[in-house]
Design a protein around this ligand. Structure first.
Ligand SMILES: C[S@@+](CC[C@H](N)C(=O)[O-])C[C@H]1O[C@@H](n2cnc3c(N)ncnc32)[C@H](O)[C@@H]1O
Ligand code: SF4
Length: 362
């Protein structure tokens, strides 16, 4: 079993972000943490936890006292001996005391939102840190003992060139950390960029940027293990692999989702409702068809795809007409052990994955 905990508070709202979040407010955080504690008491059944991910929002925006309260809640979980515990941080809200607190309380992986090292684009994204701060805070985290660190990078920012991207990759490589998640900028409705009428960069440029990222990271010893994720050997995100392997996890907190015993649920995105104890927005019992559909859509996000033997053990031999059609078209490859997306189609993987929606499996 795995756990995701959502902390929906941010010191600053980024111009592109449509995640469940509000401005940090100390009173609200206190009420929120009490509600979170009650939600966990209500639903957590005492299972042993292999991976835990505290994400946001900006979990690192909490004060030390609030972090202490949060970790008293987290201490209720039974963690396995070799658990992975990721905590999401923003550069400007981490300092020695908070990082040391996290390290001393069992966090063993940091995921840090850097987005870009270019000051002009940081401003455009409404992020408030500098490159110097990134270098200093990551070095601080390493000194404290963190050896498993991810950064999030956004590319395809309007006006960004391949040279700009190369510079961001150079900066990432110079940090000497072992994981990076890369995201092409999406102009989401309800965000400042969308309201301002900002346009996407061209499709060709977006593709060139994706290929540049893949080439440069691969040639620098990173495994491309999921569409947007790259790691050094042994540092894949075990928690995210739980999602892509279609395994069970609790989602706690406002706006969180979970998947347990074939039930997929979403919590409310309304902070007021959440704080008043009205946690769940919806619950769907998934039928076999939808479970298999998810297995394909999530599993094929991994570069190694789906292990045929494991799949057949779970569902019987039902690699169906969609799979066969996609193999014939050269979009999927069956190497006898795994079925995976042909690397030259990775960029358009979404257009392949939609083929699985609504399929019937006997
Ligand atoms: C859960 S979010 C926020 C994490 C953390 N609060 C932060 O901002 O660093 C995780 C990541 O999704 C990415 N992201 C969020 N909105 C995006 C968008 N509209 N387009 C592309 N990437 C986005 C960002 O890289 C962000 O760091
Ligand atoms: S990207 Fe992160 S810091 Fe920015 S508003 Fe979204 S959740 Fe908050």
């Amino acid at each position: 079993m795995s756990i995701y905990i959502h902390i929906p508070f941010c010191d600053n709202i980024c111009s592109y972000c449509d995640f469940c979040k509000v401005f940090y407010n100390s009173n609200l955080v206190d009420k929120y943490l009490r509600a979170l504690s009650c939600e966990i008491d209500k639903y957590y059944n005492g299972e042993v936890i292999n991976t835990i991910y505290v994400g946001g929002g900006t979990p690192s925006s909490l004060s030390l006292e609030q972090l202490d309260f949060l970790f008293n809640i987290i201490n209720k979980f039974k963690l396995s001996d070799n658990y992975e515990f990721t905590f999401e941080c923003n550069i400007e809200s981490i300092n020695y005391d908070k990082l040391k607190f996290l390290y001393d309380n069992g966090v063993n992986r940091l995921s840090i939102g850097v987005q870009t090292f270019n000051l002009k684009f940081l401003k455009f994204l409404n992020r408030n840190h500098t490159c110097e701060e990134v270098v200093n805070k990551i070095s601080l985290a390493k000194q404290i003992g963190f050896n498993n660190i991810n950064i999030d990078l956004i590319y395809a920012i309007p006006g960004e060139s391949l040279d700009d991207l190369n510079h961001d990759i150079d900066m990432f490589l110079s940090l000497d950390i072992n994981h990076i998640s890369t995201y092409s900028l999406i102009l989401e409705e309800h965000t400042k960029l969308y309201v301002d009428g900002v346009s996407n960069i061209s499709e060709d440029m977006d593709r060139n940027m994706y290929e540049l990222i893949c080439d440069r990271l691969s040639s620098n010893g990173f495994n491309h293990y999921e569409i947007s994720n790259f790691s050094k050997d042994g540092y894949e995100s075990r928690h995210n692999l739980v999602y892509w392997n279609n395994l069970n996890y609790y989602g706690f907190g406002c706006g969180a989702s979970g998947y347990i015993h074939n039930i997929r649920y979403d919590n409310t995105r309304s902070l007021n409702k959440y704080i008043s104890g009205d946690y769940r927005l919806s619950e769907d019992v998934l039928d076999r068809n939808v479970i298999i559909e998810n297995e394909f859509i999530l599993g094929l996000r991994k570069v190694n795809g789906i292990n045929i033997c494991d799949f057949n053990k779970k569902y019987g031999n039902i690699f169906n007409s969609v799979v066969n059609k996609l193999i014939k078209e050269g979009k999927l490859i069956n190497d006898g052990v795994n079925i995976y997306i042909n690397p030259s189609y990775m960029y358009v993987s979404n257009s392949i994955l939609v083929d699985f929606i609504g399929e019937k499996y006997e």
